[in-house]
Design a protein around this ligand. Structure first.
Ligand code: MN
Length: 291
């Protein structure tokens, strides 16, 4: 349990120098749910938290034994879970009767708010299951909001293609195109594919934190290179972000968001501001007060 948010990036780029990778983070192999093998990229000792992002997991496996047990019934309170499927199908069910399948390029933006109990189970027993789960924190004023789901299939995600760049916008914006999801806090989540040597540029708020997870090839930003399965955490301070693909091109997830700047109290699936609120969450769950 940690009571304080820690700022992970201290370096700032000055004046008009575009942001570059301030550090490169390796993911950590982990197991979660009922034994799903995954790579934890944010939410590890190396990178505990990049406000407002609490966790990023990659699951990518063609061995059903590594994923088929899925994530049986569990609660959440106080933040949002964002599931993005690159390949394969995941069925979501909750105790309030909501149900849906996210498949092959679709995204689910789930606001847990004051509390849900759900399961996330692979809807396949063979082939490649490849997806991501991102946890986005909520400010105190939204932690106890009503739960909400945005299930968006692949064809509902805006896609922009030009000059060796393909961008899918799950949230946020890019070059005048807006993302598919409504968010309670200003965040962006883009799937960016670049031809060899091509530069992805974006202008974001000077106060936002930003990170890029490389899922294919390699990319350079500033004077650092990140390769597949590494996360580049961008320096702070400038509006301009520039990320350039290496010789084999690059696929990356680009995430940015305003830091919330509040204390973070975490205990498993609950993320609140104080220890007392965590105890209350556990008690409410025990007493059956979640939806
Ligand atoms: Mn969950």
């Amino acid at each position: 349990m940690s009571d304080r948010a820690t700022s992970s990036v201290e370096t700032s780029s000055s004046d008009n120098t575009p942001r570059g990778f301030a550090r490169i983070v390796d993911g950590m192999p982990a197991s979660d749910g009922a034994g799903v093998s995954l790579l934890r990229v944010v939410g590890t000792p190396q990178l505990d938290f990049l406000d407002p992002f609490l966790m990023l997991d990659e699951f990518k496996n063609d061995d059903p034994g590594a994923y088929v047990a899925g994530f049986p019934e569990h609660p959440h309170r106080g933040f949002e879970t964002v599931s993005y499927m690159k390949s394969g199908k995941m069925r979501h069910r909750d105790s309030a009767g909501n149900e849906g399948v996210i498949a092959d390029g679709g995204v689910q933006w789930m606001t847990a708010g004051r509390g849900i109990i759900h399961s996330e189970m692979p809807e396949q027993s063979e082939g490649l299951l490849w997806g991501y789960q991102l946890w986005v924190n909520l400010p105190a004023e939204h932690k106890m909001t009503a739960p909400r789901y945005q299930d968006i299939q692949a064809d509902g995600i805006p896609e922009v293609e030009a000059d060796g760049i393909k961008v899918r916008l799950m949230a946020g914006d890019w070059n005048g195109t807006k993302g598919a999801s409504q968010t309670l806090w200003p965040v962006g989540y883009l799937d960016v594919q670049l031809d060899p040597g091509v530069t992805f540029a974006h202008q974001i708020s000077t106060t936002a934190n930003a990170m890029a997870f490389i899922y294919r090839g390699s990319a350079t930003s500033g004077d650092r290179v990140a390769t597949a399965h590494q996360l580049g955490v961008l320096s702070r301070g400038a509006e301009q972000v520039e990320i350039t693909a290496g010789d084999e091109g690059c696929g990356l997830l680009f995430m940015y968001g305003e830091p919330i700047g509040e204390p973070v109290a975490k205990m498993g699936p609950f993320v609140m501001n104080t220890r007392e609120e965590l105890f209350q969450a556990a008690e409410d769950f025990r007493q059956g007060r979640f939806a």
